[in-house]
Structures are given as C-alpha cells and as structure tokens.
Design a protein around this ligand. Structure first.
Ligand code: FNR
Length: 194
C-alpha cells in the first residue's frame, strides 16, 4: 500500500493579505507536487479566547480548540509560516499552540497534537532578515513540544517587493526554495512512514 503524507499548512497571521498565508501556500504546492495531501487552514476560522486557566476550569475547552485538535490529529506533517513580532513568533500562533497543548480529557495523551509530528518552518518580513529571529524561537518551542523540525528553513526578506500579484515569489530561486521546504517535508514523512 502506498503511503500518502498528510500535511497541515497554516500561517501564524490571521491578516487578510498576510504574506505568510501566501508563503505557506507556496510550500504547500511543493509538498503536493511531491505527492502529499495538504490541508490549508486559516487560523482566523478558529477564533479562540486568550488562554486562561480559570476560563478552562470553568468553561472547559472552547469548541474551536476541539475542532482544531481534530484537524491536527488527521495530519502527520506541519507547514508553518509565522511572522516575527518583536523578535519572536506571533501571539496568535502561541495562543493557538497553548490551547492545543491542553488535553481535552483525562484519557487524552499529553501533547497529542504535536508528539511525533514533523514540521517545516518559514517566514518573511519587510525587513532585511526576513523574520529569521522568529524562526529560531519557533523552532525551540516546537522541539520542546516534541515536534521534529526539519533543519532546512527559509526567511524571505523585503516582503513588500518579494511577492507578485499572483502571490508567488518573483525571484525564481526564492520560489524554488520555499517549494523545496514542502517537498522536503513530504519526502521526510514518506521515509518515516513508508
Ligand atoms: C512586526 N513586524 C516585524 N518584522 C520583523 O522583521 N521583525 C520584528 O520584530 C517585527 N515586529 C513586529 C511587531 C508587530 C506587533 C507587528 C504588527 C509587526 C513586521 C511584520 O513582519 C509584518 O507586519 C508582516 O507582514 C506580518 O506578517 P503577515 O501578517 O503579512 O503575514
């Protein structure tokens, strides 16, 4: 039986014209070209309160967190493009991960959305570093929740000039480097699960 990697792709930005939504969709296409099934989700479609332990104790897990957990459970790979906000990944991404890291019931294994998943990470920014500092902190976070993060990553500088009207990267080498992240993730999942 042939194994088909299932990859979840999302951005750490909910902004309508988010560069990171564009970026992760390019990587998603690379993964699809390599034979993966990719689901793109917009975190704006899963609004959730700021994590609060009292809120969780009194009201339980929000419905959108439960819905998102179901989506995570169905995928082995993660393509994540996060903005760098003040030298780290975005608050939206952190809040989402904090909620997802909580078990919905006492019989749910710890960190069930993350353990053993494989991720590829990327960023872009209007600045010269392309959000590179945020990737370092994101890598550390993901590894601490037992996600295997691929060594290759990409940070695309000068975001306002980098994308064309179709949402692709104007520079062919940059475009190929982001597609390659998706291909690498699909390839690694196939090696691990094939
Ligand atoms: C930023 N931005 C930014 N860029 C960067 O390269 N380093 C940084 O530390 C920050 N810090 C930062 C903080 C806050 C609060 C905002 C709103 C923005 C700029 C950021 O990279 C830019 O807005 C991106 O376009 C955000 O990503 P999306 O929404 O386009 O995907």
């Amino acid at each position: 039986m042939t194994y088909t990697p299932k990859i979840l792709a999302f951005a750490g930005s909910t902004r309508t014209n988010s560069f990171h939504k564009k970026l992760v969709k390019i990587a998603a296409q690379g993964a699809k070209n390599a034979g993966a099934e990719v689901t793109f989700i917009d975190l704006r479609d899963y609004p959730m309160p700021l994590y609060d332990e009292d809120l969780e104790a009194t009201e339980g897990m929000p419905a959108n967190v439960r819905k998102l957990k179901e989506v995570f459970w169905q995928h082995q790979g993660l393509l994540i493009a996060s903005p760098e906000y003040n030298s780290s990944y975005s608050g939206v991404l952190k809040n989402t991960i904090d909620w997802l890291s909580r078990p919905a019931s006492s019989d749910e294994p710890g960190l069930s959305c993350f353990v053993g998943k494989v991720a590829a990470i990327m960023s872009t920014s209007p600045g010269a570093l392309g959000g590179l500092r945020g990737l370092a902190t994101l890598r550390q976070l993901l590894e601490n929740i037992q996600v295997i993060v691929l060594p290759s990553q990409q940070a695309i500088p000068k975001a306002f000039e980098a994308f064309n009207a179709e949402g692709m990267l104007g520079d062919a080498k940059q475009q190929a480097s982001i597609e390659k992240l998706g291909e690498n993730l699909a390839g690694m999942l196939s090696k691990l699960n094939g």
